[in-house]
Write a protein that binds this ligand. Structure first.
Ligand code: MN
Length: 313
C-alpha cells in the first residue's frame, strides 16, 4: 500500500490573475470544515514560493516573472524528488499550472531512465513557449516546458524574446538534479478535455502526433471509452503523472478558476477519471491545480474538488 503525501505548492506567478496561490489552502480548509478526516490524516509539506516578488511590469514580457518562477519551480522539483525518493506518492495541490513543470521535473529526475507519461486534463493545451505566447503567462507554457522535440525542430517565431528570457526558459526546461531536458516524449503525452487553444499550439500537437481527446469527444463517446483509449496510448509508459486543471470542468462547476471555458467535463466525468487514475499503480503523482478562491463564491470550486477526493480517499 502506498503512502500519500500532500504537497502544497502555492506558486502563482505563472498566471495572469492573482489568487490561485490560495487554492491549496482552500482545499485543505474546505476538507477541515467538512470534517473530512481521510484528507486531514495525510501528512503535508508546504513548498516555499516567490509570489511576493511578483512584478506587474516583468522585464520578461514573453514569459512574465520567469526569473522568480525558475527559482520557485526549482524548489517544487526538489521537494517532489525527495518525496518520491522516500517512496511516497505526492498528491499535489498547486497554485497555477506552471507548478506542473517543477513537480514533473522532480518525478522525472528521481529516475531519469524511466519512461514517464503525462496525462494532462485541462481545457487548454498549454503548449506555448516564449516564441509563440500571446499572453506571456507561463502557465500556458507548462507542457511545452516539459516536451521533447525532434532534433533541429524549429518553432514559428512570432515573438522575439531576448537572450535572458531564453536562458531562463532553458533553466525551467532543465529543472531537477539530473537537469534532464525534454522530459516527456510526444508519444507519452495525452490531453483530455481540451476546448480552448491557439492555432500554433494545435499545429505543434498535430505535427508531433500528440494524442488529444477534445471535450467534444468526451461528450460524444463518453469518458469511459476516452480514458480507456488514453491509457492504451500510454501502455508502454512505466509510470505517469496526472495533472488535473479544474478548468477542465464545465463552467457550471468550475466557478473559481482563472480561465474558465464552457463545454467542459461534468463532475461525474471527473469522478470517473479520479476513480480510475488515483489508485492506478502507474500513477506516480497526482496534481490538482488552478483553484482560485478570489474568483469564487462560498469556496464552491474547492468543495467540488473535495467531493472528487472523497471518491478516492
Ligand atoms: Mn487550463
Amino acid at each position: 500500500m502506498r503512502t500519500l503525501k500532500i504537497v502544497e505548492a502555492p506558486s502563482e506567478n505563472g498566471a495572469g490573475k492573482r489568487g490561485a496561490s490560495l487554492g491549496p489552502q482552500a482545499v485543505v480548509l474546505q476538507a477541515r470544515q467538512e470534517g473530512f478526516a481521510a484528507l486531514e490524516e495525510i501528512s503535508r509539506v508546504l513548498v516555499p514560493d516567490l509570489n511576493h516578488q511578483f512584478e506587474y511590469q516583468s522585464p520578461f514580457p514573453f514569459a512574465r516573472n520567469i526569473d522568480h518562477l525558475a527559482v520557485a519551480q526549482g524548489m517544487v522539483a526538489s521537494y517532489v524528488e525527495d518525496i518520491i525518493g522516500d517512496a511516497d506518492t505526492p498528491l499535489i495541490f498547486s497554485g497555477d499550472h506552471s507548478n506542473a513543470i517543477g513537480a514533473f521535473s522532480g518525478l522525472k529526475n528521481h529516475n531519469p531512465e524511466k519512461r514517464i507519461g503525462l496525462i494532462w486534463i485541462d481545457a487548454h493545451l498549454d503548449l506555448h513557449n516564449p516564441l509563440t505566447t500571446p499572453s506571456g503567462n507561463v502557465h500556458g507554457m507548462a507542457v511545452n516546458a516539459l516536451l521533447a522535440t525532434p532534433e533541429g525542430f524549429q518553432y514559428p517565431a512570432k515573438n522575439k524574446p531576448d537572450e535572458e528570457t531564453m536562458m531562463l526558459w532553458n533553466q525551467l526546461r532543465t529543472l531537477g538534479s539530473h537537469q534532464v531536458d525534454g522530459k516527456v516524449l510526444p508519444s507519452d503525452l495525452v490531453f483530455i478535455g481540451i476546448r480552448d487553444y491557439e492555432k500554433e499550439e494545435r499545429a505543434l500537437a498535430e505535427q508531433l502526433g500528440i494524442r488529444i481527446f477534445y471535450a467534444t469527444e468526451v461528450m460524444e463517446r463518453g469518458i469511459k471509452l476516452v480514458l480507456q483509449d488514453a491509457l492504451k496510448h500510454l501502455e508502454h509508459c512505466e509510470q505517469w503523472y496526472v495533472s488535473f486543471d479544474v478548468d477542465s470542468l464545465d463552467t457550471s462547476v468550475s466557478t473559481g478558476t482563472g480561465t474558465p471555458v464552457d463545454g467542459g467535463l461534468s463532475l461525474q466525468d471527473a469522478a470517473h477519471l479520479f476513480h480510475e487514475l488515483f489508485p492506478h499503480p502507474k500513477t506516480a503523482a497526482f496534481e490538482i491545480t488552478e483553484i482560485n478562491p478570489l474568483l469564487d463564491q462560498k469556496n464552491s470550486m474547492a468543495s467540488a474538488v473535495v467531493r472528487l477526493l472523497r471518491e478516492v480517499l
